[in-house]
Design a protein around this ligand. Sequence first.
Ligand SMILES: [Mg+2]
Length: 374
Amino acid sequence: MSDHKIEQIRVHRINIPAKAVHSHGSGDVAGIHVAILEMTTDTGITGWGEASPWPVFTGTAEGCAAALHVHLRPHLIGRDPVQVEKHMSMADKIVVGHPEAKAALEMALLDITGQIAGLSVCELVGGRMRDDMGMSFSIANPDFDKDLEDVAAMWADGVRIFKFKTGFADHRFDLMRLEKMREIYGEEADIRIDYNQGLAAYDAVRRVRDLEVFRPTFVEQPVKMHEREVMAHITHVIDAPIMADESVFDPRGALYAANIRMADIFSLKIMKSGGIRRALEVAAIARAAGIEVYGGCMFETGLAHAAGTHLMAAVPDLILQCEFYMSTYYAQDDILTEPFPVRNGRVHVPEGAGLGVRVDPEKLAKYAVADPLN
Ligand SMILES: [Mg+2]
């Protein structure tokens, strides 16, 4: 029991435009449309959380704002913020799905708990295994020449990991881009491929095989999220490691995927699992099954990125690094008071109590798409 009580909960809905449209096997995205949770205690501590949905993948910002404001808020006001699992179990009982809203709730609770305890969020959930990790940037601009300019600038910044979004245009376009990338940057580039469910199951193996000659570190989510047995088949016959993203959301999904060896790697995302602690449960299942994990993100501000870095800082082993690039290289602006820490191609886990980052209220007002829900 702590001496603190949740006094106020406010939900902001914002939209930050992107520098360029990004295309994926599941559609185009031109901005970061998220719900931000501001939770204040009667002792004057503020915790921040973010729900970053993708409508073709998880849910909507409008739905998350309603889940938080209408359905969860009445069960939180007056309660002790440090009883995190109690509140998360309540959330699972009250609202089905909405993992991004639950991620936002857990983020704000852990941010407050960390400030009370004087510990960072990664320390609250197990400890800091690393202070920084390699950052992957996604090549997803339909104008490939523009992407090449961006890659050149990032290469100079020390970025070496690039994930090609494939399957949104012609197969030959994908082959051409990968060939060009290897031609320019050779073996020093760590190239990954993400289909975002873009291939038809009947000829997915043949197309993935065509791309294997470019030696991708992994091939992510070639087919539809519900085609889990097709994923398992592709994993079985293709030499390159296959990663499940859309097909694995939470511990239950991870258990099924591990049992049928659906993939060699799981992409961990707090927006899929419903928070950092559930994502660590997914990581534990993966570890027991000999499956690697990767730090994925949605279309997020630096706030959700910070939470993602705390998750990935607490994972025991991390070979494949992470992709928290949105606030630095994709969005036109961020909502944090200090830039999200990316240096020399590496993401740095914020120091300090709680999430270790603070939100600028003026930025929330600037990018608001609706009045805050109080
Ligand atoms: Mg993905």
